[in-house]
Structures are given as C-alpha cells and as structure tokens.
Design a protein around this ligand. Sequence first.
Ligand code: AP5
Length: 213
Amino acid sequence: MILVFLGPPGSGKGTQAKRLSVSKGWPQLSTGDMLRAAIQAGTQLGLEAKSFMDKGALVPDTVVVGLIGERILNPDCSSGFILDGFPRTIPQAEALDELLKKQGRSVSRTILFEIADRLLVGRLSGRRTCPKDGSMFHVEASPPKQAGICDSCGGPLVQRPDDQESVIEKRLQVYHQQTAPLVGYYQGAGILRAIVASESPEAVANQLAVALK
Ligand code: AP5
C-alpha cells in the first residue's frame, strides 16, 4: 500500500507514520527527516535546504522530488511505503504520480490529518527530539524521564530550529497556501480519507486503522 500523510505541521503525521511503519513494515519516507539528515551531514543539498527550512519556507520542488524519486526505488519500498510530508505542492503530487506510473503503481490512499491551527503551536513549541535515534517527546504531554535527555539512548534532546513560534506561524501560512490545495487534488482522485487529529495518539491510530480498511 502506498500512503500519503497530509496535514499541517504538528498534526501528528510523523507520530502515526512511525507507529504504522512498525506495525505494517512499510518504511516511513519523511522528506523533512531526509533534509535534516542532509543538513547534519553538511552536504551541499543540506546547506541549500537549511536556508528554506529555518524560515519555514518549502524547499524547491525539484530537490524533494529528486530525493523521493531515488528513495522509492529502494527494495524496501516494494510492498508499500508511507509518505510523511510529501507531496506538499500540486507540482510535487503530479511528479509523484509520474514517478509511480513508471513503476506501474499509484497512491493507494491519502490520509488528511484535520486539526485547528490554534492547537498546533503548543504541540510544536513543546516538541523535543533526539537527533541520534529520532525519538520524540513533548515537554508537557509526553516528557522524557529526565528533562532534556532521551529515554532510549541517553543522548541530549534538541528543539528543532523551525519549532520556534515565529517560524511555526510561517509554516502554517505556507501549509494553507501551498499544501492545502492537495486536499482537492486527492479528493478528485477519490482516495482521500480525513481523520480527527486532535484526539489522543491512540484514538488517532484507531481512526487510521479504520481509514485503511
Ligand atoms: P517536516 O519535518 O515534514 O515538518 P512538518 O510537516 O512541518 O511536520 P512536523 O514534523 O512538524 O509535524 P508532524 O505532523 O509530523 O507531527 P509530529 O508527529 O511530529 O518539514 C520540515 C521542513 O522541511 C518544512 O517546513 C520544509 O521547509 C521542508 N520540507 C519537508 N518536506 C518538504 C516537501 N515535501 N517540500 C518542500 N519542503 C519540504 O507531532 C508534533 C508534536 O505533537 C510532537 O511533540 C508529538 O509528540 C505531538 N503529538 C503528535 N500527535 C499528538 C496527538 N494526537 N496528541 C497530542 N500531541 C501529539
């Protein structure tokens, strides 16, 4: 199954993609994670991407389409994968359709994570992540046992540079202007299912299971 997770920043796409990836064995393909890995590795691509990400803007379509185009050829994607944060523009969605067509495949379902903007600022500004193993925490909702330290590997937790309030506002604007039109795109294709992303992670996972039937 080829899934697209669509929703504003902080709506829980990554949280649910990780859970589903573990239970189904489909890899989670997060363009945000791929770009952050390139930044950490200090590559030219990472350097270019950082200038967009730090201000909450989208990285150019050609860059992310190139990353995904390469990644979906990997054998671990043969029985399905979860696209988390891609596509984010209509040209990206069209490019994805073309890439999949070449493999005789198509997007099976797009899951829309619906949630009000006012709930997202708190979720994002309180998020802390472990750069070493990708574990995710929230300072109030799911704090680590020891403040600032990853429960799994004992490494230091960090706040993403784009999780500052001023940048979060910009990311939300960008979502509504450039990504929200994808709702109509996938509705038109008859493969969109919406879930209420403001519920608890467990309740959202249950809705997701129903949406995938
Ligand atoms: P990316 O990394 O994709 O960030 P995003 O879409 O903004 O999504 P987030 O990771 O912030 O949120 P999420 O929905 O995954 O929520 P999460 O589960 O983490 O992109 C970052 C940047 O990279 C972009 O701004 C852009 O510059 C660039 N980029 C990436 N892809 C691109 C593309 N395709 N094209 C162009 N540019 C691209 O949860 C968030 C928090 O909420 C956590 O603390 C979590 O614990 C908590 N939480 C999760 N679920 C719940 C729940 N049900 N109840 C309460 N709290 C919850």
